[in-house]
Design a binder for this molecule. Structure first.
Ligand SMILES: Cc1cc2nc3c(=O)[nH]c(=O)nc-3n(C[C@H](O)[C@H](O)[C@H](O)COP(=O)(O)O)c2cc1C
Length: 146
């Protein structure tokens, strides 16, 4: 399973760590920052978990850049990966959610779970929710459900 995240302040990075810890109990996980990830990383994964913030009503720039860079190459290679999405937001997150879902429907990657939006300062409950999503997604992948 591949986790790709972008984090400016460290909030999304903490969520990525928690999701990775949850997923690792089920299968092998690679965690990459969005600016380090490319289509080759997608090609060797069975599932994709994206973790990023909403910035100015949209998906954070580096995550958008990763998706922009991998869009045509992923289509050319016929990649189809189930994905899950965790969004960190101050008080909204719906703009980033809409944008991410719209972009990913173009790959086309199917959504394995409902997006998880975590609002406000990152807290223990957010970390627990991220770990639970990571574990559930990984368990579904390991069992071949997605
Ligand atoms: C430039 C900037 C723009 C932001 N815009 C929004 C926004 O439109 N909606 C929202 O809910 N939060 C917004 N936030 C808050 C972030 O989404 C939130 O602090 C998030 O946890 C940041 O995670 P990160 O620092 O790990 O990227 C913004 C933060 C910054 C720095």
């Amino acid at each position: 399973m591949l986790i790709v995240y972008h984090s400016q302040s460290g909030s999304s990075a903490k969520l990525a760590q928690a999701a990775s810890a949850g997923a690792r109990s089920e299968l092998r996980v690679r965690t990459l920052r969005a600016w380090d990830a490319c289509t080759n990383d997608l090609a060797v994964a069975d599932g994709l978990l994206l973790i990023a913030a909403e910035n100015s009503g949209a998906l954070s720039g580096s995550m958008k850049d990763f998706l922009d860079r991998s869009f045509y190459p992923a289509i050319a290679r016929g990649l189809v990966l189930p994905y899950a999405l965790i969004l960190s937001a101050g008080n909204d997150g719906r703009g980033a959610q809409r944008q991410a879902q719209r972009i990913l429907s173009g790959y086309p990657f199917p959504a394995a779970t409902e997006p998880l939006i975590l609002r406000g300062e990152t807290c223990d409950a957010h970390l627990r929710d991220s770990a639970a999503l990571g574990q559930a997604f990984a368990a579904g992948l390991a069992m071949g459900i997605f």
